[in-house]
Design a protein around this ligand. Structure first.
Ligand code: FAD
Length: 322
């Protein structure tokens, strides 16, 4: 019987999130012979069939239920238990995102299956599959050999695979699956929209990073202005979060988001390893720091040594003209 890889799709603003398209690429690399099934859960899902028929997978399985209208660990996990019984996949693949990180340990324990988390590449050697993942804040890469006989769960690190392109001739079969979800003991009372552009952050082409060097609201306003005139968005270090003026949801690094923009401008950020692990996939890094020995300059393509309160207003003045 053919292997089945089920990809847990993430759906944001009526569109598949880029991490899900990255999961499709990873699934293709993982086992070419397997059936790749894209699972989309929600309620009243907007189906753009012409677009969906171009996703490069074998099947799309849609699970709709009123309790799945918003992500809640308990309801999604219960729905997935029911999906697992019906689809019997060999591999469950999802992003190492808030959703993937929240669901996968629970499911691994429930199904008594191994979980390989935060994987950034695969190797095949003598017919054996092994996974590579960063450990100790990215200082080492751990290689884990997979037991081929067992089903397993895997979460992949964002931005390590390119997003799967849509193909006109792909034409996956699309069908609905019914699930039963026991009455949950948790309920979502409401959602408060934060001002921070968290969704845009992961896919942004230009990110201006704010560190502890911004010092205060005035410094943060400069960062926001710079991002605005460049058509980019703002990410922050933990140092900036600790100042109490930036939202932790836009923190970049080991305990924050991993990004891979075309340009990352790190302002008043020292370049601690825990921060760098989330930003060094940027194509170009520009650092602004008053300390010429700051470690950020070791990874930067361009560096400006100086006070950001002098440099950023000058950049804004210059670039605002264009
Ligand atoms: P600092 O290290 O204080 O650096 C501030 C920099 O600003 C300095 O280099 C200084 O020269 C410069 N500066 C000051 N004033 C100016 C000015 N006027 N103009 C120009 N430059 C100026 N950190 C993260 O960012 N993300 C994470 O996900 C993360 N996870 C962590 C997980 C663990 C388990 C641990 C232990 C730590 C983690 N950290 C994380 C914290 C990390 O180790 C650093 O403490 C943090 O990144 C420092 O932030 P910073 O560079 O903004 O501040």
């Amino acid at each position: 019987m053919k292997d089945k890889i089920v990809i847990l799709g993430e759906y944001q603003q009526d569109k598949l999130a880029s991490i899900t398209l990255e999961c499709i690429s990873a699934a293709k690399q993982l086992q070419r012979e397997a059936d790749i099934i894209l699972l989309i859960m929600g309620d009243d899902i907007k189906k753009d069939e012409s677009e969906w028929h171009q996703y490069d997978v074998d099947q799309i399985v849609i699970v709709e239920h009123p309790l799945l209208s918003r992500f809640l660990n308990e309801t999604y996990a219960k729905a997935l238990l029911s999906v697992w019984d019906q689809l019997k996949p060999t591999i469950l693949l999802c992003g190492h995102t808030d959703i993937g990180r929240s669901l996968s340990p629970y499911l691994s324990e429930k199904w008594d299956l191994p979980l390989y988390s935060n994987i950034e590449s695969f190797d095949f050697h003598d017919g054996k599959l092994s996974f590579n993942r960063p450990v100790y804040s990215g200082k080492l890469i751990e290689k884990i050999e997979v037991n081929n006989d067992s089903a397993f769960l895997v979460t992949i690190k964002p931005k390590k695979w390119s997003a799967s392109q849509r193909k006109e001739k792909s034409n996956p079969s699309i069908y609905n699956l019914k699930v039963t979800i026991d009455q949950p003991i948790t309920a979502l009372i409401g959602l408060e929209q934060k001002k921070a552009d968290v969704i845009g952050l992961v896919d942004a082409k230009i990110i201006v990073g704010a560190g502890r060097g911004i010092q205060n609201e005035e410094g943060f306003a400069l960062i926001n202005k710079l991002a605005e005139i460049l058509g980019g968005t703002v990410g922050v270090s933990r140092g900036a979060v600790e100042l109490g003026i930036c939202d932790a949801s836009i923190q970049l690094g080991q305990t924050g988001k991993t990004v891979a923009p075309d340009v990352y401008i790190a302002c008043g950020i020292s370049g601690a390893i825990q921060h760098l692990v989330g930003v060094t996939s940027a194509k170009t890094i520009i650092a602004i720091n008053k300390d010429p020995n700051a470690p950020i300059f070791e990874v930067a393509d361009y560096g400006i040594v100086g006070d950001l309160f002098d440099i950023i207003p000058a950049l804004i003045k210059e670039w605002d003209k264009t």
